[in-house]
Design a protein around this ligand. Sequence first.
Ligand SMILES: Cc1cc2nc3c(=O)[nH]c(=O)nc-3n(C[C@H](O)[C@H](O)[C@H](O)COP(=O)(O)O)c2cc1C
Length: 255
Amino acid sequence: MNILWVFAHPEPRSLNGTLRDAALTELRAHGHTVEQSDLYAMQWNPVVTPQDYAHDRARRFRVAAASSAALAAGTQAPDIAAEQQKLLRADAVVLHFPLWWYSMPAIMKGWVDRVFVEGFGYGIRAADGSTRRYGDGVLGGKRAMVVLSMGGSEHTVSPRGISGSLDELLYPIQHGILFYTGMSVLPPVLVASADRMTEIDYAAAESELRQRVKGLPTDEPIPYRSQNGGDYDRRFVLRENIEANEIGVRIHTER
Ligand SMILES: Cc1cc2nc3c(=O)[nH]c(=O)nc-3n(C[C@H](O)[C@H](O)[C@H](O)COP(=O)(O)O)c2cc1C
């Protein structure tokens, strides 16, 4: 497999930097090729520029290239195009980050904002005019997985934990970005209590990560319901007879 490892940590010698190195070693030892987007090391610009916005907007509204802004819209920034090519080459994509304020670090959000543009991440039309998303899209057929560490304990992301369940916490990323763009999302790898790890804890975390990356080609994805599989009505609301009386993000997973 060709794996794209997208990494957001400013310090390569951090816990996450060390875990990343171990994971890449494991993948290569199993014959996989790995491309990286080490966002801090690349000094990735997470800020959508006026040109980026004009390009995306022009595609969205099919604006004719009449004004200078629209002319600028004709070319996509080379750093964005390079990341899109990496994604297209990948069979599996890993987003690896420390949890910062319940989410990915801003540099990674800015990677998503700038790279997953109209015609690539969203706004993909099927022949019948419907929009391809949630389980279908340009990135369909690829696998994806989130690897994250957090300061809080595993209990804080248990079903009644104070941070909400892990599924809920990661729903915007796993469902709203990875599944939305067509990818099959594998269960995440969580390294909890990451600020107070003993050597034994670290060894266990590294071992689990090594196991999980070995499963990238074969592990079962989270069974999110596809948009067009018949479970949703025309407003994209789950039909009343499915998970009747249940609410919350868990209803969007087949059980
Ligand atoms: C800006 C910032 C925000 C954080 N937000 C959270 C959070 O929302 N939940 C949590 O459990 N830990 C949070 N943490 C703790 C980090 O997740 C933890 O320090 C990190 O996973 C440890 O990995 P590292 O040593 O590789 O940085 C935060 C840390 C920072 C610096």
